[in-house]
Design a protein around this ligand. Structure first.
Ligand code: NAD
Ligand code: UDP
Length: 315
């Protein structure tokens, strides 16, 4: 049994990670300020004696004893990270320093949840880890993109100067059960709209592309990175199955049997045109490839959203 801190543990990916860690018999401390995370995501874990929830903002220092730190705390949806951009930067900079500090003091292994957004609106396709990216430092997404880029720099510096055993994963668009109804990201928006019979809001012409990974695959990849000795990344984790946003809208309509219409809305500024991970490194170093295809993942996610709507969760 290992004692493991998961910052952002009440969020979408973090709560799935906590579930898997607990199922493997580890002791888990979830640290979260509940900005975009919810108690509902971790409710079922509270009775597990190996689980502890600490309501805490990572921009403040904290003393914890552990052997591993998964640092996921940071709002991930553009809607939420742009709500208070200065706070998003503080979370990525001060928050990352504080969690690296926990790892340094306790000699724990540390993993940073970085993002494909470090590649910005990429000029190289698909994106490989050696690509430096095309990021607007003063645009509406920069609090997140640049914040994560600094978080990566900090992680590498703590490894080299501070001798912390760190890892970086660059997560590409991930979806699954427990995403907030008002998360604002495309998969949750489309599913809620389809289930409620509302218009499906495609931004721009819908010709921009993304590659969607199911959360169980992602969690497996994150854990494989944490537990591989002598491998530090950065490593892309995502599903290379690229598609247009218009095709995603059609797929969600098909799978929900919805009568919703597709409507076009303005494309947000600096919205990346194409995104697809090159996962050669993950395959080679971790033996990792995604196993859940889009239809299967969407079907499971739609079932979860339907169930939550039935239980009266407001959308
Ligand atoms: P999420 O918003 O559901 O989870 C983030 C969690 O961090 C939430 O529980 C939130 O309350 C918590 N948090 C935010 N600021 C905090 C602070 N200052 N102190 C303590 N807790 C704080 O998002 P997610 O999709 O689960 O993303 C988890 C991580 O993965 C994030 O770091 C995100 O940048 C990264 N990521 C996610 C995706 C994706 O597609 N889901 C893609 C790339 C990177
Ligand atoms: N998008 C959309 N309709 C929505 C929400 C998002 O067309 O209701 C588009 C958005 O403009 C982007 C893509 O879907 O091109 C993915 O957006 P998301 O916010 O999920 O993630 P990110 O842009 O960070 O990859």
């Amino acid at each position: 049994m290992t004692r493991i801190v998961v910052s952002g543990g009440a969020g979408f990916i973090g709560s799935h990670l906590c579930d898997t860690l607990l199922s493997q018999g580890h002791e888990v401390i979830a640290v979260d300020n509940l900005f975009t995370g919810t108690k509902r995501n971790i409710q079922h874990m509270l009775s597990n004696p190996n689980f502890e929830f600490v309501r805490h903002d990572v921009t403040q220092p904290i003393l914890l004893e552990c052997e591993q730190v998964y640092h996921l705390a940071c709002p991930a949806s553009p809607v939420h990270y742009q709500y208070n951009p200065i706070k998003t930067i503080k979370t990525n900079v001060t928050g990352t320093i504080n969690m690296l500090g926990v790892a340094k003091r306790t000699h724990a292994r540390f993993l940073l949840a970085s993002t494909s957004e470090v590649y910005g609106d990429p000029l190289q396709h698909p994106q490989v880890e050696t690509y430096w990216g095309n990021v607007n430092p003063i645009g509406p997404r920069s609090c997140y993109d640049e914040g994560k880029r600094v978080a990566e720099t900090l992680t590498v510096n703590y490894k080299e100067q501070g001798h912390v055993d760190t890892r970086i994963v660059r997560i590409f668009n991930t979806f699954g059960p427990r995403m907030l109804f008002n998360d604002g990201r495309v998969v949750s928006n489309f599913i809620v709209q389809a289930l409620k019979g509302e218009d499906i809001t495609v931004y721009g012409e819908g010709q921009q592309t993304r590659s969607f990974c199911y959360v169980d695959d992602l969690v497996r990849g994150i854990m494989a990175t944490m537990n591989k000795d002598g491998f530090y990344g950065p490593v892309n984790l995502g599903n290379p199955n690229e598609m247009t946003i218009m095709d995603l809208a059609k797929r969600v309509i098909e799978l929900t049997g919805s009568r919703s219409k597709i409507v076009k809305r303005p494309l947000p500024q600096d919205d990346p045109t194409r995104r697809q991970p090159d996962i050669t490194v993950a395959k080679r170093e971790l033996g990792w490839t995604p196993a859940v295809d889009l239809n299967e993942g969407l079907t499971k996610t739609i079932a979860n959203f339907e169930e939550r709507l039935r239980q009266g969760e407001s959308a």
